[in-house]
Ligand binder design. Structure first.
Ligand SMILES: Nc1ncnc2c1ncn2[C@@H]1O[C@H](COP(=O)(O)OP(=O)(O)OP(=O)(O)O)[C@@H](O)[C@H]1O
Ligand SMILES: [Mg+2]
Length: 276
């Protein structure tokens, strides 16, 4: 994937495929920085990603090689934040680009998405959308494509990862955009005209609910519905497991600070981290 992107002129972190622990050390020398190792298949939510520095024990560095699939070593990017550019493209070539969002990660898992990314200069937002539209066109994508990006401290955009499907960083669009990523995915697959990806409000905030100690979900709904009539709760009906994405909450409006406060309150309440 990295090679293909580089081939179409899209900037990625410096990288190479490594065979063994010695290859990791040599990649670190080449990149002049700490190294991130990724198994090239089967990763999600930070599983399949190892942050390696000079103090990492050799048996940990050896771990990614145990799965028997090629291992990608890449530079550890000094990013200011992570962004995501979601686009939808149909077989007849029509494409739409959603507002570029900020995705906040904790321990390699997306915990919060803010649409649009606060304070992102217009030209950088357009650049991110262009990258996503280019990738979609070059790879002949049909449906939704999410492009995860690093915004570096010196203002560059580097592509981290592609997801060719409706993506967590686009869930905000269910309520926050005129046409959700799911609707546009279906329209694209059916080769129907795409709907507007425009935001309905100045800001939309989505917070994921990750599994923790929660046991009983339903009573929390009633309390949250009563407390915050503008809150939307989505529950995926999955089995509860620590760290697993079980659902998400969304709010939209004008004041970013209060939206974030409301969304985080709801997610923490569902998880049982707070009790009112
Ligand atoms: N080269 C890098 N430099 C710095 N941080 C990185 C790098 N690669 C990954 N990360 C961090 O690890 C997180 C997870 O990495 P990545 O998105 O590649 O893996 P994933 O497990 O497939 O995640 P996803 O759930 O998005 O599919 C990133 O969001 C980022 O915070
Ligand atoms: Mg990712």
């Amino acid at each position: 994937m990295r090679a293909r992107l580089t081939g179409i002129g899209v900037a990625c972190p410096r990288h190479r495929i490594v065979e063994d622990v010695a290859g990791v050390a040599s990649a670190a020398t080449e990149f002049g920085t700490d190294v991130v190792l990724k198994t090239t298949r089967g990763g999600y939510d930070g599983k399949g990603v190892w942050m390696i520095d000079a103090s990492t024990p050799a048996d940990v560095v050896a771990e990614p090689f145990r799965a028997g699939v090629p291992v990608l070593a890449e530079e550890r990017v000094d990013f200011a934040r992570e962004l995501s550019a979601v686009v939808a493209r149909s077989p007849h070539g029509q494409a739409v680009a959603y507002p570029v969002v900020e995705s906040v990660q904790r321990d390699g898992i997306c915990v919060e998405v803010i649409a649009p990314a606060p304070g992102l200069p217009e030209d950088r937002a357009v650049e991110a959308q262009r990258v996503a539209l280019t990738v979609a066109a070059e790879l002949d994508v049909v449906g939704v494509l999410a492009v995860e990006l690093f915004e570096t401290t010196d203002g560059r955009l580097l592509v981290n990862e592609l997801a060719m499907r409706p993506h967590n960083s686009g869930h905000w669009s269910i309520e926050g955009a005129v046409t959700s990523q799911f609707e546009n995915h279906l329209r694209a697959v059916l080769d129907l005209p795409l709907g507007s990806p425009a935001a309905r409000a100045p800001y939309t905030v989505m917070v994921n609910v990750l599994g923790g100690d929660l046991a009983e979900i339903y009573p929390t709904y009633r309390h949250l519905m009563a407390r915050d009539p503008g809150l939307k709760v989505h529950w995926y009906g999955k089995g509860i497991r620590a760290g697993r994405k079980l659902g998400h909450v969304t709010v939209y409006g004008d004041d970013l600070a209060s939206l974030r406060e409301r969304a985080w309150h709801a997610a923490n309440y569902i998880r049982g981290d707070i009790d009112e």
